[in-house]
Design a protein around this ligand. Structure first.
Ligand SMILES: Nc1ncnc2c1ncn2[C@@H]1O[C@H](COP(=O)(O)OP(=O)(O)O)[C@@H](O)[C@H]1O
Ligand SMILES: [Mg+2]
Length: 231
């Protein structure tokens, strides 16, 4: 069955999306052709290590180029954009949370959250206010002046979530964001992503954790590059 995207409800869609990598003499199909409209809410992507989950996310983000197919984000063909236009488009429409927080080490927590807003040309006072509010929302109002090295792993990851949400993106992509955290801290990070999903964002979350997957509105199972919607 082909799940045709319904533009009315779906902001993110994959059409016949695939990725084949060269491997030694041959090739490896990291993602077999996949068509899916991602509904708003939380979609969990589960599957064994090496099954193609990160490949899928990299394509949805436009970090990687598909072998076949397209990624449509709110009517825009992501890979048809020039690299520069795609970078701008990504900044305006996506938030990312990775396993490692990827914060800028020389910037404070507040400055890290401000960073995407600065790139968007938001005036200093306004972006500072928004960044402060976001840090408050993730429970880190008192850590605004700390550098990433002065934060715990969980705190840094919550800053990363605040940064991802700074421009109120339609699409949030997270690759095992709780993988390096203890379960309590992981829960807090997850709650933030869930809240975004409940607010109507399209959140795609790669996770190994069954409890996390159980909270999702939708689940995609990946096995040997083949993606199958569950339920
Ligand atoms: N850049 C790459 N070049 C070659 N092979 C790759 C590359 N990225 C991923 N692969 C291969 O594609 C398959 C899927 O990898 P990946 O998407 O990272 O899996 P997962 O995130 O589920 O662990 C694996 O066989 C991996 O070795
Ligand atoms: Mg991976």
């Amino acid at each position: 069955m082909i799940a045709l995207p319904s533009p009315a409800v779906s902001v993110l869609a994959a059409l016949d999306l695939s990725r084949v990598y060269p491997s030694g003499e041959g090739t490896v199909t990291a993602l077999a052709p996949f068509t899916h409209a991602f509904p708003p809410g939380l979609t969990a992507v589960v599957g064994p290590s090496g099954s193609g989950k990160s490949t899928l996310l990299g394509l949805l983000a436009g970090f990687d180029t598909p072998t076949t197919g397209r990624v449509i984000v709110d009517g825009t063909d992501l890979h048809a954009l020039s690299e520069a236009a795609r970078a701008d488009f990504r900044l305006a429409n996506y938030g990312f949370v990775f396993q490692n927080h990827n914060l800028v080490t020389i910037l404070t927590a507040l400055e890290n959250v401000e960073f995407p807003l600065a790139l968007a040309g938001v005036p200093p006072r306004e972006r500072r206010e928004r960044a402060r509010a976001l840090l408050g929302e993730v429970g880190l109002g008192s850590r605004a002046g700390h550098l990433p090295s002065q934060l715990s792993g969980g705190e840094a990851q919550r800053v990363a979530v605040a940064r991802a949400l700074a421009r109120d993106p339609r699409v949030i992509l997270a690759d095992e964001p709780t993988g390096n955290l203890d379960s309590r801290t992981g829960e807090r990070v997850l709650d933030l992503l869930l809240a975004s999903a409940r607010a109507g964002r399209t959140v795609v979350l790669i996770t190994h954790d069954r409890d996390v997957a159980a909270l999702a509105d939708h689940t995609l199972r990946v096995r040997d590059g083949v993606v199958t919607p569950q339920g």
